[in-house]
Design a protein around this ligand. Structure first.
Ligand code: NAD
Length: 478
């Protein structure tokens, strides 16, 4: 290799470099820094499944980064890019993410080296069940020890297969459903989990825009309304984030980057229509109401207010960071900005809302699902009607007052209907998620603005989460 050529670190090295940057500013007891940084274990398995008349061999991983709290938690990814370095980096991020949003889990991650688009549903079920069997028999799927969730290339369907496979192997485990989260609601899931990560991205941005000092730090002003957003990856996370920002916050989606290229339109792109187009055509090419750009990645450099990388890691790197102009980047994907790119962007004054916070909505609602499975009751089932009955007392009193006052006063518009409706599971999940995203942001920003030696949200996020993990190790006597 030429002397002087700066090479990009691997994903795992990138995460370690960001970790090191933060611990250099902390005073941890000797040895604890290393204990927290290292990945405790990575299990690699090769297994065969008979498909189309021959045996196909697959390689899968489950990495456990930290067991300072159990179970450990983290998604299972299906992608040809899966490798040990990647799962370990993602498992480490899970440790920090869970600590930051105060979910009582350690960090883990899994992956299967596969292109799921090459297999039909029946084949994928057999492959998934076999992978789940390999992990469950080693307690790498277990309600008390290791609880997976969806990630890139997997969703509700795969989680339902995993839950069923675990239940078949553990017929007397009354908590079997809690062995995995992200299940469909009819199979022990929770309302609002599918959209949770994208919803969390929206709540994160809403919270950011509540703080004038932070908006100014990014060189922006005003609210989310009218902000130009470019999103990369219209999968689970990117689709929901872009849809909610557009439909509920008034943001304008001016760019959508997918595998086969990108769509741009300064007038705004209909996210729902593009999502349907991808489902029917397998890509964005040919979508009639926007301009198609063959070199999708170049659209990461497009002039916009908010860039939402929501596809995969390493997309903003030493090769393009200097040309990325968005003043605010929210890392909906895990690790989209490499450590080298992070430095370039920081020096330019770009504000980055880091992955461990930005996409924590998924694990937060997974936590609610796990609690629901262990308590064997739907959230709100006991309280909803009682809450409605108490609200009715107030509404009846207000009605009486209004009748007595005649034209002088009456209840406004739909107040009565809204106030009378008790919270169901979906409302409670959204409220819990919103609260989590607000509290975690406030913990980060206290460090960001409160310390002279911290100038970015990522370092602040690492400091908050590492100190929580350290406290937990200390409490264990380590
Ligand atoms: P997904 O498989 O549903 O969607 C990924 C999308 O990115 C797909 O539409 C795919 O076509 C697109 N894509 C792939 N390669 C691309 C490329 N080179 N350029 C542009 N687009 C590309 O995955 P997901 O669940 O939405 O996960 C996306 C990211 O979010 C990952 O980094 C994942 O780790 C992270 N994440 C997901 C969750 C979750 O709950 N699903 C939670 C936390 C973090």
């Amino acid at each position: 290799m030429d002397a002087g050529v700066i090479t990009e670190p691997t994903f795992r090295e990138s995460v370690d470099m960001m970790f090191n940057r933060a611990v250099a500013l902390m005073e941890l007891p000797p040895g604890l820094e290393d204990k927290i940084r290292v990945c405790n274990s990575t299990y690699m398995v090769r297994f065969g499944v008979k498909l189309r008349g021959s045996i196909h061999t697959f390689t899968g991983y489950r990495s456990v980064h930290s067991e300072h709290m159990e179970p450990v938690k983290g998604g299972i990814r299906y992608s040809l890019g899966v490798n040990q370095d990647e799962v370990e980096a993602l498992a480490a991020l899970m440790t920090y993410k869970c600590a930051l949003v105060e979910t009582p889990f350690g960090g883990s991650k899994g992956g299967l080296c596969i292109d799921p688009r090459q297999y039909d549903e029946d084949e994928l079920e057999r492959i998934t069940r076999r992978f789940a069997y390999e992990l469950a028999k080693r307690h790498l799927i277990d309600p008390a020890q290791n609880v997976p969730a969806p990630d890139m290339g997997t969703g509700e369907r795969e989680m339902a297969w995993i839950a069923d496979q675990y239940a078949r192997m553990n017929t007397t485990d009354i908590n079997a459903k809690a062995c995995v989260t992200g299940k469909p609601p009819h199979a022990g899931g929770i309302q609002g989990r599918v959209e949770a990560t994208g919803r969390g991205v929206q709540y994160a941005l809403q919270e950011f825009f509540r703080h004038p000092e932070d908006i100014a730090a990014a060189g922006l002003s005003g609210t989310l309304d009218g902000k130009r957003v470019v999103v990369q990856g219209l999968g689970n996370v990117g689709y929901h984030a872009a849809k909610f920002l557009r439909e509920e916050d008034g943001s304008i989606v001016t760019g959508i980057i997918e595998r086969d290229g990108a769509l741009v339109s300064d007038d705004g792109i209909d996210v729902e229509a593009v999502h349907k187009w991808i489902a029917n055509h397998g890509g964005v090419k040919g979508f009639p109401d926007a301009t198609f750009i063959e070199d999708g990645a170049s659209v990461l450099e497009k002039d916009c207010d908010i860039l939402v990388p929501a596809a995969l890691e390493g997309v903003i790197n030493l090769g393009n960071a200097a040309r990325v102009t968005a003043p605010l980047i929210i890392e909906a994907a895990n690790g989209p900005v490499t450590a080298g790119a992070d430095e370039i962007l920081r020096n330019k004054g770009t504000v980055i809302i880091p992955d461990m916070y930005a996409n924590a909505g998924g694990v937060t609602v997974s936590y609610f699902e796990w609690v629901k499975n262990l308590s064997h009751i739907r959230f709100g089932r006991m309280q909803r009607r009682q809450e409605e009955a108490r609200h009715l007392l107030i509404v009846d009193e207000l009605q009486r007052l209004s009748d007595n006052l005649g034209d002088a006063w009456s209840m406004t518009g739909d107040f009565k209907d809204k106030y009378l409706r008790g919270a169901g599971e979906l409302e409670l999940v959204r409220s819990g998620l919103d609260d989590t995203m607000r509290s975690a942001y406030q913990a980060m920003r206290e460090v960001w603005h409160g310390r002279d030696d911290v100038s970015d949200l990522r370092t602040a996020a690492y400091i908050v989460s590492i100190s929580r993990v350290a406290d937990s190790y200390r409490a264990k006597g380590l």
